[in-house]
Structures are given as C-alpha cells and as structure tokens.
Write a protein that binds this ligand. Structure first.
Ligand code: SF4
Length: 208
C-alpha cells in the first residue's frame, strides 16, 4: 500500500518519490523503512508509516486522497517523504496551487538540488509556490557535505544546494537553512554565518 499522503503535527505531508540525488549517511532510508515520528538528521523523518513507494503517484492519485480531507484541521501542506520532492517539481507546483485554493500554506523540505536534478532552474517557480523553502544545509563546506551526503553531483553538490537557496531568496522566497545540533559547535557557528551572509533563516534541529 503506497502512502502518498499522511498527517502529523497538524500538517499534511505529501510523499511523491523514492528518488534522491543524495545518499546521506544519516538518512532514514538506510535504517529500515518505517518512520516513527522521530526527527532525523535529514530533511525527512516526519511520519509514522512506511513511505517507500511501489509506484510514484499522479496528481489524481494525490488529490483523490486530499479531496476527502477536512483542510480546516491543518496548517501546512509539507512536501517531504523518502525521496527528494523537487525531483517531481511539476507535480509539487500543481499541488501547491491545490493547497492554496484550500486555504493552507505550503512548505518543502529539500536537499536544494532540484534544479540540477531536473536540468532547469526551478528557483523562481519554487519561490512563488512555496510559503517556506526549507533547505537542508547538513554541512558547512563542500568536502564535509560530500563526505556526509554522497551526492550524485559529488563535490559540486554543496554549491549547487547553496546557490539554489540564494536564487530562491533573490526571487523573494522564504528560505530556511537547516542543520542538526550534533555537528561540532564551530560548524553551528559557521552555519549561522552562512545563513546570515545569504539572508536566510537558520533552523538548528535536534538529532535523535
Ligand atoms: S537528502 Fe534527505 S532523502 Fe536524500 S539521502 Fe539525504 S536525508 Fe535521505
């Protein structure tokens, strides 16, 4: 049974793909297939269900579920799940329009590599359709990011991620960089500097 939509913390979570351009050391994907509500050291890890998909959903697959929900009970539609949601950006954008029509805000938890994955700059559209763009910083330089995240883009991945965040900011997006609190204090300080330099907010999350 595929879980395309689930609810948690008063939000609606949307799970669209297994694909991810990273293979992070800490990813929940490496530690079994069931999320149990813990906050992982990634941009994923919110839920209480098996999020591995046998088949990626269509717009209709998702909206058939959403159509039956009472949106007055929820604050945000969050694009999250096991894979990188921006890999299916066309569908994400359509679902954002659906969420706004139903009166709730939108957020994406992304590794920031969507433009590189799709080969087209999605930052302007992302900034228009998302109320919050949460980009996982994970590390504070290209080498440590590569060692931790093993992106298909290799050592370019850190700059790809940060350039995406900057471009979203330039386009007026509300960008939050996130990092987990288990990194050394000097890295937390560096993360705060990076966020300040580019004009993003910083969210330090608990690693469990
Ligand atoms: S970017 Fe997120 S989904 Fe992809 S491997 Fe890293 S933690 Fe997992």
């Amino acid at each position: 049974m595929n879980t395309y939509v689930y609810t948690l913390y008063g939000n609606i979570y949307i799970n669209l793909t297994n694909y991810c351009s990273n293979a992070c050391e800490f990813c929940v994907r490496n530690h079994g297939s069931t999320m149990d509500g813990r906050e992982f050291g990634s941009h994923k890890g919110e839920g209480d269900c098996d999020l591995w998909l046998d088949r990626e959903p269509s717009y209709k697959d998702v909206t058939d579920i959403l159509d039956k929900m009472d949106f007055s009970r929820y604050k945000e539609m969050v694009f999250c799940g096991y894979g990188e949601p921006s890999a299916r950006f066309d569908l994400v954008e359509m679902l954002c329009a659906y969420a706004h029509d139903r009166g709730i805000k939108t957020r994406i938890n992304t590794n920031g590599q969507g433009s590189a994955i799709l080969g087209v700059d999605i930052a302007p559209r992302m900034s228009r359709c998302m109320d919050t763009i949460n980009v996982s910083l994970n590390a504070t330089d290209a080498d440590s990011y590569d060692k931790l995240c093993h992106s298909v883009f290799g050592k370019k991945a850190f700059d790809i991620m940060l350039d995406f965040a900057k471009e979203c900011l330039r386009c007026g997006g509300n960008v939050v960089l996130s990092i987990v609190d288990c990194v050394p204090p000097e890295q937390l300080q560096k993360a705060a500097e990076i966020a300040r330099e580019i004009g993003a907010k910083l969210r330090v999350r608990k690693m469990i």
